[in-house]
Design a protein around this ligand. Sequence first.
Ligand SMILES: [Mg+2]
Length: 151
Amino acid sequence: MELYLFLDIDGVLNSFNHPGTETFTKGRFLYDIDPFHLEHLRRLIRELNPKIVLSSTWRMSKHLVEIIKAHDIEIYDSTPITYNRSRETEIYWWRGEHMKPEDFGIVLDDEAVLTQSCNNLVEFNTNLTEGLTEQIVSDIIKYMGTVPREK
Ligand SMILES: [Mg+2]
């Protein structure tokens, strides 16, 4: 069983409370990764060892992907970019192409993505003010403890 993390960046690894050190704000986007949130992501990675699939709009910018890599975040793959830019459709597409029935995916985003429940995807939401917190990571780890992880 493989575990995948569909990762959003804005509102997850940056927030109004922790906008990062090199903020160059454009509208509501913050365009940086904050060490506060990164520490929580690292704990999640340490505990659950997921493969990271980038679902954030950051995947469309080479420059932004370089920022992610510069923070030592290993990106396994990215979801496709669909015509209507539906993140849900993009994640479902990736799931259909790459995930086996026994695999499991965590969708981590500051906006609600999944409109229907799905037996091997779960969604956890952050918010733009607080971003990824210790509590949310604890909730994810606790939840994954209830998911059977067979080989
Ligand atoms: Mg976001």
